[in-house]
Design a protein around this ligand. Structure first.
Ligand SMILES: *[C@@H]1O[C@H](CO)[C@@H](O)[C@H](O)[C@H]1NC(C)=O
Ligand SMILES: *[C@@H]1O[C@H](CO)[C@@H](O)[C@H](O)[C@H]1NC(C)=O
Length: 384
């Protein structure tokens, strides 16, 4: 049957499901679900009135999982769909910023040309505004225009979501990234687009069971995920420790008590502040502090801003312990060391460009992180 052989291409699900028998419908759904493709197929092919009954979209009180792909333990990205019919994009779910943007078909920067670009002329639900904005990230910057359209992530759909279309992407930073754009999950006050951030839209529309999301990052290519609306107990062991967030900063910022190696406080003396940032690959801090940590673990700085570690020395290296709210969060060498086929082993600690502490993927891989907007707190638990 045609419907079953061309699952991913031409036929919309509505046509397909309409023509085939109930039995076949079930098996089609089963095949797609087993292959983990149902969601993708529905999102890509199913829109319009008829389809609504087949869509798994949340109405309210929902927990929705978005799988992430892991690129070399440095970039984790998921898939979103924008417009009608939906156009597909890879994005980083970034807790260190609050804007959503993807490249515009009108952007001719090298970074845009190398990625998927949104073509607004092909979306019937697209709305433009005259507003321009500019965002500077740690690794690059972009300029764009604010627009509105339907945005879908996993089983969540927002019909009039503000987001950015980049018209220029500066610097080399975005050129070779595996993702097309960024979906920011920090507080609205950080938004440069001055639009309601996607997660705030989900909260406003009451789509989620809880006003929280959680992040599990694995070292495997698959298995990492963002969970909108709740927590998955299979991702951690022991208890969750909750830490108040200084949300006035707009970031998921928490207070750190100190950083210890072999029981001695070597950095963050007397306390410091750090943000939990899924959009940063490494664990970054002020240069003068990071030099002390590198020294304590025996890493050798190089000219390239990374420090090398002797791969055969891992078992002799100390834990670096982050003390947060009185609780110890050790990072063992296996957690703070990254391996690259060409470079060998290098340290997951790096220098932040603005002297802030940035607990990125290196930390989150070790500690399943829950971002709770209801109570403005972050939960950390040992990831498994
Ligand atoms: C991007 O990757 C290509 C191919 O690997 C390389 O030649 C180029 O220098 C890279 N560009 C940047 C800006 O890193
Ligand atoms: C790495 O450590 C091993 C074992 O301790 C040692 O034999 C080797 O010389 C070290 N390599 C470098 C480049 O320092």
């Amino acid at each position: 049957m045609k419907c079953l052989t061309v699952l991913f291409t031409i036929i919309t699900l509505s046509e397909c499901l309409f023509k085939i028998s109930l039995e076949r419908r079930k098996s089609l759904r089963k095949i797609l679900r087993e292959e983990n493709l149902l969601q993708d197929f529905l999102l890509k092919n199913c829109y319009g009135f008829f389809c609504a009954q087949y869509l798994p979209f949340a109405k309210n009180g929902h927990v929705s999982k978005e799988p992430l792909l892991d690129f070399l333990d440095l970039e984790y990205y998921g898939t979103i769909y924008i417009g009608t019919p939906p156009q597909k994009f890879s994005v980083v779910f970034d807790t260190g910023s609050s804007d959503l943007w993807v490249p515009s078909v009108k952007c001719s920067s090298e970074a845009c040309l190398k990625h998927r670009r949104f073509d607004s002329s092909k979306s019937s639900t697209f709305r433009r505004t005259g507003k321009h904005f500019h965002i500077v990230y740690g690794t690059g910057s972009m300029k764009g225009i604010l627009v509105f359209d339907t945005v879908k992530v996993s089983s969540l759909s927002i019909s009039h979501q503000g987001f950015g279309l980049s018209t220029t992407e500066s610097g080399k930073a975005f050129v070779n990234m595996t993702f097309d754009g960024i979906l920011g999950l920090a507080y609205p006050s950080l938004s440069e687009e001055k639009a309601t951030p996607f997660f705030d839209s989900l909260m406003k529309e009451g789509l989620l069971e809880k006003h929280q999301f959680s992040v599990y990052l694995s070292r495997k290519k698959r298995g990492s995920e963002f969970i909108f609306g709740g927590i998955d107990q299979s991702h951690y062991t022991g208890r969750i420790n909750w830490i108040p967030v200084n949300y006035q900063s707009g970031f998921w910022q928490i207070a750190l008590d100190s950083i210890l190696v072999d029981g001695t406080e070597i950095a963050c003396k007397g306390g410091c502040h750090g943000i939990i940032d899924t959009g940063t690959s490494l664990l970054l801090g002020p240069k003068y502090e990071m030099i002390k940590i590198e020294k304590a673990i025996g890493a050798t700085p190089t000219h390239f801003g990374i420090s090398e570690i002797n791969c055969s020395e891992l078992s002799n290296m100390p834990d670096v312990v982050f003390v947060i709210n009185g609780i110890h969060y050790p990072l063992p060498p296996s957690a703070y060391t990254l391996k690259d086929k060409q470079v060998g082993c290098f340290s997951g600690f790096g220098y932040s460009f603005d002297g802030s502490w940035n607990l990125g993927d290196v930390f989150i891989r070790e500690y399943y992180s829950i971002f709770d907007r209801e109570n403005n707190q972050v939960g950390l638990a040992k990831a498994v």
